[in-house]
Every structure is written in structure tokens, then in C-alpha cells.
Design a binder for this molecule. Structure first.
Ligand code: ATP
Length: 244
């Protein structure tokens, strides 16, 4: 199968007078892992949130060729878009099972969805009665990823999924992400640096100050190089002594 496709076209996001994202067009396709790299404040989160519908934006969002721009976030989730937001956003005072149940109810999924989600990572089954707030960072991230996959999404948006996690956890999550992409899910991950993810990324975009400055279709290492080049070009301007 060729897989699902997310396309954002001419997407712009403003917060008051400040522009966070300016006329960005990108595509993520199933069968590949697409990355969005850029320094802090480049607009990565804004792009993912706008694709999910949770920040106001102009431009168009297509899911498998259908314009979903007018759909609200829950409707986009039901249509097949899932997000792992930066900062995880779990309910710390609910246990693992209840965190999953909340999503199941929101998306009107069958009760078996919670069980399936618990089975995705063995550690979740072991921690089923633990409060989400006392889980380790890696366990929390597995819970969030598992929650995002409950709806069997067509598109998976991952915002800084790897930040602060131990290398072994990163590898386990990276393996999951790769196999989802191979199953046809359009995976779009945003990271300030690719690190070991370089190996699983097939293609991607470099975002600087709200604009795409490079597109790379031949792997994570090439994307990393394009990123360094882009930042290198940016640096002289930033390092210029004040007043010149
Ligand atoms: N809710 C908000 N209100 C005002 N400005 C915001 C808001 N969210 C983000 N911004 C600003 O928009 C710009 C883009 O931020 P965004 O979080 O999308 O970038 P990012 O690449 O994801 O950065 P980070 O890696 O730090 O999350 C930044 O200048 C940021 O300060």
C-alpha cells in the first residue's frame, strides 16, 4: 500500500502581531518518516498544532487529498490525525488506564482500545494502576505514544518526542515509529536536533524563523547537513556586533 498523506499548504500562524509560521507547504507520506528540524522558536510546534487544528492558522490542510481545514481538533482526530504534543500533557492524577480511557471516550473508541494500548508497550501493562504523574519520563512518553495510537491514526504528529529520554527508550520509540510508517501511517516528527533519529528519518524539512529553508529527500544525514548549513548561514547575521 502507498500509505496515507498529510499536506499543509501555505500555512501561516500568528500570535497577535508576531508571525510564528509563514506560508509553509510540506507533505508527509506513509511509508516514510518525515522530519521537521529547526532551532527553538522556529515554528515547529506551531506547524504541528495548526495541522491538528489547535491553533488558529491560515492556509489549507489536506488529509489523503481531502481538505480538513474547517474541522476542529476532535473531528480531525476522528478523521485520522493524532498528535503527541510537546510536554506530554497527561493527566498526572489519573492512572495509566484512566489516561487511556479519557481518550477512548473522547474519540468514541470501543473499550478494547484501552487494552490494545496497554499491550503496545509491556511496561504500560505493568504500570496500569500507577498515576501518570509518578511514571518515569520514558514511561510517560510510551503512554502518550500509545494514547496517540489508540485511534489507529492515518497521520501521526510527534513534537519533540525524544527530548530528555534515555538512549534505549529513544531506540524503542524510534522502532515503533518506523514500523508505523512502514504500515502506511504518515509520520511527521519535529525535533530541534535529530541525533539518533537520523537513522530512521527518510526525508524532511529545515524550518528557520517560520519558513522552510531546505527540503531533503535522501535521508536523515543529508537533512542534518542541510540543517547545519542553514544554521551556519544564519549565524553570521546573528553574530554581527550590535549597531552594524
Ligand atoms: N502561545 C503563544 N503565544 C505567543 N507566541 C507564541 C506562542 N507559542 C509560540 N509562540 C512563539 O512563536 C514562535 C514559534 O514557536 P514554536 O513553539 O512554534 O517553535 P518551535 O520551533 O516549536 O520551538 P520550541 O522547540 O522551542 O518549541 C516563537 O517565537 C514562540 O515564542
Amino acid at each position: 500500500m502507498s500509505g496515507h498523506e498529510l499536506k499543509v499548504e501555505g500555512l501561516s500562524v500568528r500570535y497577535g502581531q508576531a508571525s510564528a509560521l509563514s506560508d509553509v507547504t510540506i507533505t508527509a507520506r506513509g511509508g516514510t518518516v518525515t522530519a521537521l528540524v529547526g532551532p527553538n522558536g522556529a515554528g515547529k510546534s506551531s506547524l504541528l498544532l495548526a495541522a491538528y487544528g489547535s491553533v488558529p492558522a491560515t492556509g489549507t490542510v489536506y488529509l489523503d487529498g481531502t481538505d480538513i481545514t474547517r474541522l476542529r481538533p476532535v473531528a480531525r482526530a476522528r478523521a485520522g490525525i493524532s498528535i503527541v504534543p510537546q510536554g506530554r500533557q497527561l493527566f498526572p492524577h489519573l492512572d495509566v488506564a484512566d489516561n487511556l480511557r479519557v481518550m477512548a471516550e473522547l474519540l468514541r473508541l470501543p473499550g478494547s482500545a484501552v487494552d490494545d494500548a496497554l499491550d503496545r508497550f509491556p511496561i504500560l501493562r505493568k504500570r496500569v494502576r500507577s498515576l501518570a504523574g509518578v511514571l518515569s519520563g520514558g514511561e510517560q512518553q510510551m503512554l502518550v505514544v500509545s494514547r496517540a495510537l489508540m485511534s489507529s491514526p492515518k497521520v501521526l504528529l510527534l513534537d519533540e518526542m525524544m527530548t530528555g529520554l534515555a538512549p534505549l527508550i529513544v531506540q524503542e520509540l524510534a522502532r515503533s515509529v518506523t514500523s508505523l510508517a512502514r504500515e502506511g501511517v504518515a509520520v511527521l516528527l519535529a525535533e530541534p536536533a535529530l541525533g539518533v533519529l537520523r537513522r530512521v528519518v527518510d526525508r524532511g524539512y529545515v524550518l528557520v524563523r517560520g519558513e522552510v529553508v531546505a527540503q531533503v529527500d535522501d535521508g536523515g544525514s543529508a537533512l542534518d547537513e542541510a540543517y547545519s548549513t542553514a544554521i551556519g548561514i544564519e549565524q553570521p547575521k546573528d553574530l554581527r556586533p550590535a549597531g552594524r
